[in-house]
Ligand binder design. Structure first.
Ligand SMILES: *[C@@H]1O[C@H](CO)[C@@H](O)[C@H](O)[C@H]1NC(C)=O
Ligand SMILES: *[C@@H]1O[C@H](CO)[C@@H](O)[C@H](O)[C@H]1NC(C)=O
Length: 317
Protein backbone atom coordinates (compact mmCIF):
# COMPACT_ATOMS: atom_id res chain seq x y z
CA UNK A 1 0.00 0.00 0.00
CA UNK A 2 1.40 3.31 -0.99
CA UNK A 3 1.29 5.93 1.73
CA UNK A 4 0.66 9.50 0.74
CA UNK A 5 1.01 12.48 3.02
CA UNK A 6 -1.78 14.34 1.33
CA UNK A 7 -4.46 11.75 1.75
CA UNK A 8 -5.00 12.08 5.48
CA UNK A 9 -8.47 11.84 6.81
CA UNK A 10 -9.06 13.79 9.98
CA UNK A 11 -12.17 13.27 12.00
CA UNK A 12 -13.13 16.00 14.42
CA UNK A 13 -15.36 14.32 16.91
CA UNK A 14 -18.13 16.06 18.79
CA UNK A 15 -21.75 15.78 19.82
CA UNK A 16 -24.14 13.76 17.74
CA UNK A 17 -21.58 12.68 15.19
CA UNK A 18 -19.89 10.53 17.77
CA UNK A 19 -22.51 7.80 17.92
CA UNK A 20 -22.71 7.47 14.17
CA UNK A 21 -18.97 7.40 13.64
CA UNK A 22 -18.45 4.92 16.42
CA UNK A 23 -21.30 2.84 15.06
CA UNK A 24 -19.63 2.78 11.65
CA UNK A 25 -16.23 1.99 13.04
CA UNK A 26 -17.30 -0.63 15.54
CA UNK A 27 -19.35 -2.14 12.76
CA UNK A 28 -16.21 -2.13 10.64
CA UNK A 29 -14.09 -3.84 13.26
CA UNK A 30 -16.80 -6.34 14.12
CA UNK A 31 -17.49 -7.35 10.53
CA UNK A 32 -13.99 -7.48 9.10
CA UNK A 33 -11.66 -7.98 12.03
CA UNK A 34 -8.98 -5.48 13.00
CA UNK A 35 -6.47 -6.81 10.53
CA UNK A 36 -4.90 -5.94 7.22
CA UNK A 37 -7.95 -7.16 5.31
CA UNK A 38 -10.08 -4.93 7.47
CA UNK A 39 -7.83 -1.98 6.81
CA UNK A 40 -8.11 -2.76 3.10
CA UNK A 41 -11.88 -2.57 3.09
CA UNK A 42 -11.79 0.90 4.62
CA UNK A 43 -9.26 2.02 2.07
CA UNK A 44 -11.58 3.38 -0.59
CA UNK A 45 -11.12 7.07 -1.21
CA UNK A 46 -13.65 9.84 -1.57
CA UNK A 47 -12.92 9.92 -5.32
CA UNK A 48 -13.46 6.19 -5.75
CA UNK A 49 -16.65 6.49 -3.75
CA UNK A 50 -17.78 9.34 -6.03
CA UNK A 51 -16.92 7.41 -9.16
CA UNK A 52 -18.78 4.33 -7.94
CA UNK A 53 -21.83 6.45 -7.21
CA UNK A 54 -21.67 8.28 -10.59
CA UNK A 55 -21.32 4.99 -12.43
CA UNK A 56 -24.36 3.82 -10.53
CA UNK A 57 -22.79 0.72 -9.05
CA UNK A 58 -23.71 1.95 -5.55
CA UNK A 59 -20.83 -0.12 -4.17
CA UNK A 60 -19.69 2.80 -2.00
CA UNK A 61 -23.09 3.37 -0.37
CA UNK A 62 -23.70 -0.34 0.11
CA UNK A 63 -20.30 -0.72 1.73
CA UNK A 64 -20.94 2.23 4.06
CA UNK A 65 -24.37 0.92 5.02
CA UNK A 66 -22.95 -2.53 5.68
CA UNK A 67 -20.46 -1.01 8.11
CA UNK A 68 -23.17 0.67 10.18
CA UNK A 69 -24.37 -1.40 13.11
CA UNK A 70 -27.43 -0.04 14.89
CA UNK A 71 -26.65 -2.29 17.84
CA UNK A 72 -23.23 -0.71 18.24
CA UNK A 73 -24.65 2.80 17.87
CA UNK A 74 -27.13 1.93 20.63
CA UNK A 75 -24.44 0.59 22.96
CA UNK A 76 -22.16 3.53 22.39
CA UNK A 77 -24.89 6.13 22.84
CA UNK A 78 -25.90 4.37 26.07
CA UNK A 79 -22.34 4.57 27.37
CA UNK A 80 -22.00 8.24 26.34
CA UNK A 81 -25.29 9.23 27.98
CA UNK A 82 -25.51 7.00 31.04
CA UNK A 83 -24.38 9.80 33.41
CA UNK A 84 -24.29 13.60 33.19
CA UNK A 85 -21.01 14.68 31.53
CA UNK A 86 -20.78 18.43 31.79
CA UNK A 87 -17.62 19.77 30.12
CA UNK A 88 -14.74 19.86 32.59
CA UNK A 89 -16.34 17.42 35.04
CA UNK A 90 -15.08 13.97 36.06
CA UNK A 91 -17.35 12.06 33.68
CA UNK A 92 -16.33 14.35 30.78
CA UNK A 93 -12.69 13.45 31.43
CA UNK A 94 -13.58 9.72 31.62
CA UNK A 95 -15.41 9.91 28.30
CA UNK A 96 -12.46 11.66 26.63
CA UNK A 97 -10.26 8.73 27.68
CA UNK A 98 -12.96 6.22 26.65
CA UNK A 99 -13.27 7.80 23.17
CA UNK A 100 -9.52 7.93 22.78
CA UNK A 101 -9.23 4.21 23.63
CA UNK A 102 -12.10 3.34 21.29
CA UNK A 103 -10.55 5.18 18.35
CA UNK A 104 -7.20 3.52 18.94
CA UNK A 105 -8.90 0.11 19.16
CA UNK A 106 -10.67 0.85 15.86
CA UNK A 107 -7.26 1.22 14.24
CA UNK A 108 -6.90 4.97 13.89
CA UNK A 109 -3.24 5.95 13.47
CA UNK A 110 -3.26 8.74 16.00
CA UNK A 111 -5.72 10.08 18.56
CA UNK A 112 -4.85 13.37 20.26
CA UNK A 113 -6.85 15.01 23.07
CA UNK A 114 -5.83 18.68 23.11
CA UNK A 115 -7.29 20.53 26.12
CA UNK A 116 -8.68 24.10 26.01
CA UNK A 117 -10.11 26.41 28.64
CA UNK A 118 -13.78 27.39 28.40
CA UNK A 119 -15.98 29.86 30.30
CA UNK A 120 -19.08 27.93 31.26
CA UNK A 121 -22.21 28.78 33.21
CA UNK A 122 -23.67 26.37 35.78
CA UNK A 123 -26.68 26.58 38.06
CA UNK A 124 -26.01 26.38 41.81
CA UNK A 125 -27.28 22.93 42.85
CA UNK A 126 -28.04 24.08 46.43
CA UNK A 127 -29.57 27.41 45.46
CA UNK A 128 -31.80 26.95 42.40
CA UNK A 129 -33.02 29.74 40.11
CA UNK A 130 -36.62 30.52 41.08
CA UNK A 131 -39.69 32.62 40.40
CA UNK A 132 -41.61 33.32 43.64
CA UNK A 133 -44.75 35.21 44.57
CA UNK A 134 -44.90 37.03 47.95
CA UNK A 135 -48.05 38.26 49.66
CA UNK A 136 -48.56 41.51 51.64
CA UNK A 137 -47.00 39.89 54.73
CA UNK A 138 -43.96 38.93 52.66
CA UNK A 139 -44.79 35.23 52.88
CA UNK A 140 -44.13 33.04 49.82
CA UNK A 141 -47.39 31.92 48.18
CA UNK A 142 -45.90 30.36 45.04
CA UNK A 143 -42.50 28.90 44.16
CA UNK A 144 -41.69 27.70 40.66
CA UNK A 145 -40.44 24.18 40.19
CA UNK A 146 -36.96 23.84 38.80
CA UNK A 147 -36.90 20.06 38.51
CA UNK A 148 -38.75 17.93 36.06
CA UNK A 149 -40.53 14.86 37.39
CA UNK A 150 -38.28 11.86 36.71
CA UNK A 151 -39.65 9.80 33.85
CA UNK A 152 -37.68 6.64 34.49
CA UNK A 153 -36.11 5.13 37.59
CA UNK A 154 -32.49 6.26 37.69
CA UNK A 155 -33.24 9.63 36.06
CA UNK A 156 -32.49 11.47 39.27
CA UNK A 157 -28.69 11.60 39.10
CA UNK A 158 -26.99 13.70 41.81
CA UNK A 159 -24.91 15.50 39.18
CA UNK A 160 -27.85 16.32 36.90
CA UNK A 161 -28.12 20.05 36.04
CA UNK A 162 -31.74 21.13 36.53
CA UNK A 163 -33.45 23.84 34.49
CA UNK A 164 -31.40 27.01 34.04
CA UNK A 165 -30.63 29.51 31.31
CA UNK A 166 -26.90 29.41 30.67
CA UNK A 167 -24.95 32.67 31.05
CA UNK A 168 -27.83 34.44 32.86
CA UNK A 169 -25.95 36.55 35.45
CA UNK A 170 -26.66 36.20 39.15
CA UNK A 171 -29.47 38.47 40.25
CA UNK A 172 -32.43 39.00 42.57
CA UNK A 173 -35.19 41.27 41.23
CA UNK A 174 -38.68 42.14 42.52
CA UNK A 175 -41.72 43.73 40.92
CA UNK A 176 -43.44 46.70 42.56
CA UNK A 177 -46.29 45.91 45.00
CA UNK A 178 -49.34 44.75 43.05
CA UNK A 179 -47.38 44.31 39.82
CA UNK A 180 -46.92 41.08 37.94
CA UNK A 181 -44.76 40.59 34.89
CA UNK A 182 -45.49 42.24 31.53
CA UNK A 183 -46.44 39.80 28.77
CA UNK A 184 -44.59 40.42 25.50
CA UNK A 185 -45.67 37.48 23.33
CA UNK A 186 -42.54 35.92 21.74
CA UNK A 187 -40.26 38.83 22.72
CA UNK A 188 -39.38 39.83 19.16
CA UNK A 189 -38.49 43.46 18.34
CA UNK A 190 -41.93 43.74 16.65
CA UNK A 191 -43.61 42.50 19.85
CA UNK A 192 -41.79 45.13 21.96
CA UNK A 193 -42.73 47.86 19.44
CA UNK A 194 -46.35 46.67 19.54
CA UNK A 195 -46.30 46.76 23.36
CA UNK A 196 -45.15 50.39 23.21
CA UNK A 197 -48.09 51.17 20.86
CA UNK A 198 -50.36 49.58 23.46
CA UNK A 199 -48.90 52.06 26.03
CA UNK A 200 -47.36 49.38 28.24
CA UNK A 201 -43.67 49.44 29.15
CA UNK A 202 -41.34 46.78 30.53
CA UNK A 203 -38.95 49.44 31.88
CA UNK A 204 -38.04 48.51 35.47
CA UNK A 205 -40.32 45.51 35.23
CA UNK A 206 -40.07 41.78 34.69
CA UNK A 207 -41.07 40.63 31.21
CA UNK A 208 -42.71 37.27 30.52
CA UNK A 209 -42.29 35.85 27.03
CA UNK A 210 -43.12 32.56 25.43
CA UNK A 211 -40.54 30.29 23.92
CA UNK A 212 -40.45 29.93 20.18
CA UNK A 213 -39.95 31.78 16.87
CA UNK A 214 -36.60 33.31 17.83
CA UNK A 215 -33.57 32.39 19.94
CA UNK A 216 -34.13 32.86 23.68
CA UNK A 217 -30.92 34.89 23.99
CA UNK A 218 -32.38 37.46 21.56
CA UNK A 219 -35.59 37.68 23.59
CA UNK A 220 -33.54 38.53 26.67
CA UNK A 221 -31.39 41.04 24.75
CA UNK A 222 -34.55 42.78 23.44
CA UNK A 223 -36.06 42.91 26.94
CA UNK A 224 -32.82 44.43 28.29
CA UNK A 225 -32.84 47.01 25.45
CA UNK A 226 -36.35 48.03 26.54
CA UNK A 227 -35.21 48.36 30.18
CA UNK A 228 -36.66 45.17 31.70
CA UNK A 229 -35.00 43.96 34.92
CA UNK A 230 -35.70 40.28 34.35
CA UNK A 231 -37.30 37.83 31.94
CA UNK A 232 -39.44 34.75 32.59
CA UNK A 233 -39.56 32.34 29.66
CA UNK A 234 -42.35 29.79 29.44
CA UNK A 235 -43.42 27.10 27.00
CA UNK A 236 -46.94 27.81 25.77
CA UNK A 237 -49.27 24.85 25.20
CA UNK A 238 -50.28 26.35 21.82
CA UNK A 239 -46.68 25.82 20.80
CA UNK A 240 -45.73 22.70 22.71
CA UNK A 241 -48.92 20.78 23.61
CA UNK A 242 -50.94 21.02 20.44
CA UNK A 243 -52.87 17.82 21.03
CA UNK A 244 -54.07 18.90 24.49
CA UNK A 245 -52.74 19.27 28.01
CA UNK A 246 -53.85 15.98 29.54
CA UNK A 247 -51.01 13.64 30.55
CA UNK A 248 -51.73 11.32 27.62
CA UNK A 249 -51.49 14.24 25.17
CA UNK A 250 -47.98 15.26 26.13
CA UNK A 251 -44.47 13.85 26.36
CA UNK A 252 -43.61 11.04 26.80
CA UNK A 253 -46.91 9.72 25.42
CA UNK A 254 -46.81 12.05 22.41
CA UNK A 255 -43.99 14.25 21.18
CA UNK A 256 -45.49 17.39 22.84
CA UNK A 257 -44.05 18.69 26.12
CA UNK A 258 -46.09 19.56 29.22
CA UNK A 259 -47.12 23.25 29.73
CA UNK A 260 -45.89 26.48 31.43
CA UNK A 261 -50.92 35.22 31.58
CA UNK A 262 -55.56 40.86 27.93
CA UNK A 263 -53.19 40.86 25.00
CA UNK A 264 -53.86 41.25 21.23
CA UNK A 265 -55.73 38.31 19.69
CA UNK A 266 -52.62 37.00 17.98
CA UNK A 267 -50.74 37.05 21.31
CA UNK A 268 -53.24 34.69 22.96
CA UNK A 269 -51.75 31.31 23.75
CA UNK A 270 -53.06 27.91 24.64
CA UNK A 271 -53.43 27.80 28.44
CA UNK A 272 -57.02 26.60 28.80
CA UNK A 273 -59.56 28.96 30.33
CA UNK A 274 -57.07 31.81 30.50
CA UNK A 275 -57.22 35.21 28.79
CA UNK A 276 -53.63 36.37 28.17
CA UNK A 277 -53.17 39.88 29.57
CA UNK A 278 -50.35 42.37 29.10
CA UNK A 279 -49.90 43.19 32.79
CA UNK A 280 -48.29 44.45 34.82
CA UNK A 281 -51.15 44.97 37.28
CA UNK A 282 -52.12 41.94 39.32
CA UNK A 283 -55.70 40.91 39.90
CA UNK A 284 -57.34 42.75 42.91
CA UNK A 285 -56.91 39.75 45.22
CA UNK A 286 -53.13 39.98 44.63
CA UNK A 287 -52.93 43.79 45.03
CA UNK A 288 -50.34 43.52 47.80
CA UNK A 289 -48.29 40.76 46.14
CA UNK A 290 -44.87 41.01 44.54
CA UNK A 291 -43.08 38.74 42.11
CA UNK A 292 -39.44 37.86 42.66
CA UNK A 293 -36.96 36.38 40.21
CA UNK A 294 -33.63 35.02 41.43
CA UNK A 295 -30.75 33.63 39.44
CA UNK A 296 -27.78 32.01 41.13
CA UNK A 297 -25.74 30.82 38.16
CA UNK A 298 -21.98 30.60 38.54
CA UNK A 299 -19.50 31.24 35.75
CA UNK A 300 -16.46 29.02 35.85
CA UNK A 301 -13.45 28.45 33.64
CA UNK A 302 -13.00 24.74 32.99
CA UNK A 303 -10.58 22.66 31.02
CA UNK A 304 -12.01 20.18 28.55
CA UNK A 305 -10.57 18.23 25.64
CA UNK A 306 -11.44 17.58 22.04
CA UNK A 307 -10.85 14.08 20.72
CA UNK A 308 -9.20 14.17 17.31
CA UNK A 309 -8.61 10.88 15.54
CA UNK A 310 -6.45 10.70 12.43
CA UNK A 311 -6.56 8.00 9.80
CA UNK A 312 -3.85 7.98 7.16
CA UNK A 313 -5.06 7.28 3.67
CA UNK A 314 -3.33 4.58 1.65
CA UNK A 315 -4.44 5.01 -1.96
CA UNK A 316 -3.55 7.72 -4.47
CA UNK A 317 -6.78 9.59 -5.21
C1 LIG B 1 -39.19 39.73 52.16
O1 LIG B 1 -38.57 38.45 52.29
C2 LIG B 1 -37.38 38.32 51.55
C3 LIG B 1 -36.92 36.87 51.60
O2 LIG B 1 -37.08 36.31 52.84
C4 LIG B 1 -36.33 39.29 52.06
O3 LIG B 1 -35.16 39.18 51.30
C5 LIG B 1 -36.90 40.71 51.91
O4 LIG B 1 -35.98 41.66 52.46
C6 LIG B 1 -38.24 40.83 52.61
N1 LIG B 1 -38.83 42.13 52.27
C7 LIG B 1 -39.43 42.90 53.18
C8 LIG B 1 -40.03 44.21 52.67
O5 LIG B 1 -39.49 42.57 54.33
C1 LIG C 1 -51.62 55.35 23.93
O1 LIG C 1 -51.44 56.65 24.43
C2 LIG C 1 -51.64 57.67 23.43
C3 LIG C 1 -51.25 59.04 24.00
O2 LIG C 1 -51.74 59.16 25.35
C4 LIG C 1 -53.13 57.62 22.95
O3 LIG C 1 -53.32 58.60 21.89
C5 LIG C 1 -53.39 56.23 22.39
O4 LIG C 1 -54.78 56.10 22.02
C6 LIG C 1 -53.05 55.15 23.42
N1 LIG C 1 -53.16 53.84 22.80
C7 LIG C 1 -53.81 52.83 23.37
C8 LIG C 1 -53.84 51.58 22.56
O5 LIG C 1 -54.33 52.91 24.46
Amino acid sequence: MKMLERSHVILLVGGAAVGLIIGVLVGHVATSGNDAAGAESLAFTADQFDLDERQGSGRGSRELLRLISTENIGQNVRELTKAPHVAGGGRDEELVRWLQRKFLDFGFDDVSVPAREYLLSHPDPLNPNLVRLYDGDNATTFTSSYKELPLHPGDEHPEFSHAFCAYTPRGDVWTAVGEAAVYVNYGSLEDFARLAELNVTVKGRIAIVRYGKLFRGNKITHAAQYGAIGVILFSDPSDVAREGQKPEDVYPYTHWLPDGPAAPQEWQGGLEGLVYRLGPTMRPEFATHRLRLTSNNNEVVVKSSNVIATLKGGVEP
